[in-house]
Design a protein around this ligand. Structure first.
Ligand code: DAH
Length: 362
């Protein structure tokens, strides 16, 4: 470039030469020198931009634009070439040292003087996730589909449509967190029964795992945020026998043993009849122990036949269709399965607790 004074060449050919020189700079040092010569404080292009001020007033705008555009084009070309050269300089440096950045670093091993690769713990699935996934596998294998619903619900979906009007005492047992706009944090997964009925015509088989909330004082068996899994089946001729069979199948898989169940009447406004389904205590085989409070039975699954008012709210004709529903507390099932005695452990974030479930899942 130095061989011909710039003014002897057309602007276009100068620009081409400069760009070509930048693109073929052999290493970072050559590129740096070029950068200074063109774009440095007294560089050729810097001078060119400066020279615009000395032109007659009417030529300045066009010349200024052209000079600036040239400067930006050269700066961009320098930056692009620098990235390429830096990358190949790094590759060369790494291959000459034999250093592989993807290898884990070495740390002291259990025996003195022996270095071993550092292993970072990968983390484990949360026990609630493990059991939820097993339940989802089981129910989808029986033809159920997994439905989600919002955690912020309307009063209508959470209560009214489930046959719990505003003055109903059942609301007292499900105190929750209310939002300023009149909506609430759902107290159970049951509102998704209504959402599913409104969305899909029967026959209908859904499960709804999800988080629920209540204004509870936290203790060993109560949490303000907890997980449930709702189930709903609606079809012609669905009976209590179908309900019991499905529940027994589910408990057999989750508790990994044959189970005996018993039904007691239970009141929930959205089912009629409603039941509390108990399973014979897996810890003492029904003999009586501290877990089952010496009764031999553990209350695990509230369920029942869907109330006609609920079917109607879901747009389904109760004269033609019947259904059953259940709602299990997921934490409760997990506690029973693994013999965990304090619900607070689930949310405590204590890795000593959480990492015990690694590899427990089948
Ligand atoms: N939603 C109820 C609760 O959280 C549990 C429940 C009971 C769900 C009976 C049901 C059912 O589907 O049939 O207390």
């Amino acid at each position: 470039m130095q061989d011909r004074p710039p003014e002897n060449r057309s602007p276009d050919s100068r620009r081409r030469d400069w760009l070509a020189a930048i693109d073929s700079a052999a290493d970072l040092a050559a590129l740096g020198a070029l950068d200074v010569a063109l774009l440095g404080k007294t560089g050729e292009v810097t001078e060119l931009v400066r020279g615009v001020a000395r032109l007659p007033r009417e030529e300045r705008p066009a010349a200024g634009r052209a000079a600036n555009e040239l400067k930006v084009a050269l700066e961009t070309a320098v930056a692009a070439r620098r990235a390429v050269l830096e990358r190949s300089a790094l590759d060369a440096a790494l291959s000459s040292t034999g250093f592989d950045p993807s290898e884990p670093p070495l740390v002291d091993g259990p025996q003195p003087g022996v270095r071993i690769p550092l292993r970072r713990p990968r983390g484990t699935l949360h026990p609630i996730t493990i059991v939820r996934d097993e339940l989802v596998d089981l129910f989808t294998s029986m033809g159920f589909t997994w439905q989600d619903g919002p955690e912020i619900e309307t009063d209508w979906f959470n209560f009214e449509a489930l046959n719990i009007p505003a003055d109903h005492p059942a609301r007292d047992t499900q105190d929750t967190f209310w939002l300023d706009d009149g909506n609430l944090l759902r107290t159970h997964t049951s509102p998704v029964q209504i959402r599913s009925m409104l969305r899909f015509p029967p026959p209908l088989k859904v499960i709804v795992p999800g988080r629920c909330f209540r204004a509870e004082t936290v203790d060993a068996s109560h949490e303000h945020s907890f997980y449930q899994m709702e189930g709903l089946v609606v079809d012609e001729g669905v009976s209590t026998a179908n309900l019991i069979h499905t529940m027994k199948t589910c408990l057999r898989v989750i508790l990994e043993r044959d189970v005996t169940v018993r039904l007691r009447p239970g009141f929930f406004p959205f089912v009629e009849p409603g039941f509390e389904l108990d399973v014979n205590c897996p810890f003492c085989a029904g003999q009586g122990c501290s877990v089952c409070k010496h009764s031999g039975w553990i209350e695990i699954l509230p369920c029942g036949m869907v109330h006609p008012n609920v079917l109607r709210a879901g747009g389904i004709d109760p004269e033609r269709f019947t259904g059953f529903a259940f709602g299990m507390g997921l934490q409760r099932v997990v506690m029973l399965r693994y013999g965990i005695d304090d619900i607070r452990l689930f949310m405590g974030g204590d890795l000593r607790f959480l990492s015990q479930f690694d590899g427990v899942a089948r």
